[in-house]
Design a protein around this ligand. Structure first.
Ligand code: CMP
Length: 461
């Protein structure tokens, strides 16, 4: 007979694990409370106890049918699953489900019945077995890790405080009588005492009387001292890591501003530099797309680049209808670059080694001295192609109006792409010719106007 083998990563198994986790937490809270509050004889407690036992028992059956991963390989052999489970986990699962409490109730004399109740605390051992589900939650990449760590820390603190409170009620000689003026519930009083002791505040309004109580208090004080340091250290660490990108950025900014001050950089340049970093933070959370994932294997890097750069491909009209192969070739060779307001991205007369695609921002195509604007280009446009196509110096200058996010494509790749994809070569050539003509005409017109003005002034003289 073939039996089902469950994948530990399947949705159903995850839901089951979360259910077992919830039941375990509930049991950890409810069972000790029920014992010290004398409600463990109630019918409700008995029903709840049976349900908990049943679910824990089912979990053992599930564990015998759940495969596992070894070096990323799924192991589904029944023998190996059984061997592995018997070696780790089974004993704890068995103890936590074993109905020792029921057996002892039958065996023990009526006066000693309360001893049996304490054996149901063995259910709490299950807490060690749900660690995996908790670490799965901790490793969830969709939730802020700082938030998860903070929640888990609070959870463990509250759970420990609850268990200590219950233990304190158990060793405390009649808590209700200790302070007849205080009408609050004994559990609440015990919890209050636990919190003041654990946080090392210790008001001293509830003090030990018997040896057992004194011994218990010493232990809790020791736990409190250790826990206090642990909590403070953890919280400091969590806060520092709540937004790693932000703290790294702030650290970088501190370094940069110290350097600028140390080198006496003029104020306007300093403002421009700080402004640039602010823009990097606002537009990309300070990450450098080109280097952040450079240690990934090549195929993964390709997938990331394809994803990150796909928006620019959609924006550029000359890429419309291009083949997948062509897009891949271009995308993999695009490098993100940022220009600050007023930057000359391209200078007329210089040799061109790359062309640019605008992702966001606006640039002006201007004459050498910037006095004549030939055109204005926005997102989805490109520039710098003429020098690459014709191997001539740049025919105009390009000036960024504000911050400009561009992608550069080097000459080598550009030449390769032209040869391999003639349709793209034709389109870009047509565009370049049109632009060249337009610019030349505008230059001519300007010369004519200047000429006319000069001859007019000569005539007047
Ligand atoms: P290149 O000559 O390499 O460098 C300057 C760039 O400005 C040029 O390539 C074109 O991409 C761009 N350019 C020149 N004239 C115009 C125009 N009239 N309209 C749009 N872009 C232009």
């Amino acid at each position: 007979m073939t039996s089902i083998i469950i994948n530990p990563n399947s949705r159903k198994k995850i839901i089951w694990d979360v259910l077992v986790l919830a039941i375990t937490i509930f049991a950890t809270v409810y069972i000790p409370f029920a014992i010290v509050s004398d409600i463990s004889n109630s019918g409700l407690y008995k029903i709840v106890s049976v349900v908990i036992t049943l679910i824990f028992f089912l979990d053992i059956l599930v564990a015998f049918h759940t495969g596992f991963y070894e070096q990323r390989e799924f192991i589904s052999g029944k023998k190996r699953i059984r061997k592995r489970y018997l070696k780790r986990g089974f004993v704890i699962d068995l103890i936590s489900v074993f109905p020792l409490f029921f057996i002892l109730t039958l065996v023990l004399t009526p006066e000693n019945q309360h001893v049996a109740e304490y054996f149901s605390l063995l259910r709490l051992l299950k807490l060690f077995r749900v660690k995996k589900t908790i670490s799965r939650i901790r490793n969830n990449k969709h939730i802020n890790p700082g938030l998860i760590r903070m929640s888990l820390l609070s959870f463990w603190i509250l759970l420990s405080a609850h268990l200590i409170s219950c233990a304190w009620i158990a060793v405390w000689d009649d808590p209700a009588l200790l302070n007849p003026l205080n009408s609050s519930h004994p559990y609440l009083r015990a919890f209050y005492w636990t919190m003041t002791t654990l946080t090392t505040i210790g008001y001293g309004d509830i003090t030990p009387n018997t040896s057992l109580e004194t011994f218990f208090v010493i232990i809790v004080e020791l736990i409190g001292a250790g826990m206090y340091g642990f909590i403070i250290g953890n919280i400091a660490n969590i806060i520092a890591n709540i937004d790693v990108a932000k703290s790294q950025y702030q650290e970088k900014m501190e370094k940069v501003t110290t350097f600028l001050r140390y080198k006496h950089i003029p104020l306007d340049l300093k403002t421009k530099i700080i402004d640039y970093y602010d823009y990097l933070w606002e537009s990309r959370r300070g990450y450098d797309e080109a280097t952040i994932l450079e240690d990934l294997p090549k195929p993964l890097q390709t997938s990331v680049a394809l994803f990150l750069n796909q928006s620019i491909i959609q924006k550029v009209p000359i890429f419309e209808g291009a083949s997948e192969e062509f897009i891949k070739e271009i995308i993999l060779n695009l490098k993100p670059v940022v220009f600050t307001p007023g930057d000359y991205i391209v200078v007329k007369g210089e040799v061109g080694y790359e062309m640019f695609f605008i992702s966001s921002g606006i640039v002006d195509v201007v004459s050498e001295d910037g006095s004549l604007v030939y055109a204005t280009l926005g997102p989805g446009s490109f520039f710098g192609e003429i020098a690459l196509l014709l191997s001539v110096p740049r025919n105009a200058s390009i000036k960024a109006r504000g911050y400009c996010d561009c992608y550069s494509l080097d000459k080598e790749t550009f030449d390769l792409v032209l040869v391999r994809f003639p349709r793209f070569a034709k389109r870009i050539r047509e565009m370049a010719e049109k632009r060249q003509e337009e610019t030349e005409q505008k230059q001519l017109k300007r010369q004519e106007v200047a000429e006319k003005l000069r001859s007019k002034s000569e005539e007047n003289e």
